[in-house]
Design a binder for this molecule. Sequence first.
Ligand code: MN3
Length: 209
Amino acid sequence: MAFELPPLPYAEDALEPDYSARTISFHYGKHHKTYVETLNKLVAGTDLEGKSLEEVIMAVAGKPDKQPVFNNAAQVWNHTFFWKSMKPGGGGQPAGELAEKIAAAFGGWDMEAADFGGHKFVEDFKAAAAGRFGSGWVWLVLDNGELKIVSTPNAEMPAAPGVTPLLVVDVWEHAYYLDYQNLRPAYVQVFFDKLVDWDFVAANLANAK
Ligand code: MN3
């Protein structure tokens, strides 16, 4: 029972022009697919074969001799979560409990929120993305009841007790270079303006309780 590349939740051109079909054809069709294929080769014939993706990740996390397995398994999981974090016609501010929790944790959503002395969610998220040197991921997580923005290097994911990922933005260069070149913060801005699927985030928040 080999791992399979999960289907994209939408057509490859569904996020045009904000996230191009060309980017998705490489990012999903080459990068994500290759992580799946490499993972299958690495676990074949080992005691990890037949385990679920989550079981494999938990079994090898923190084990230096299993780093290649962790890297590929975690990249499969992270990318599947990333595709679900976007949708055609997405973007804009969330409503309901998410909006309240974002206001409580970050002081608000946009520039006007600065007038109240708070942080601003999208600005904080862009700063976390810009501050991640090299490859990695920026996450919105529920950390023991409180929303936090965290970034992880390479294939790592937030995995502390009481921490649940709600949303992720891939900040590896392959995620945005064709559409945004070196402008990582501009890509993150468009992610929140046009792409983010708050319904997915709200469902993750509900499941986390
Ligand atoms: Mn990627």
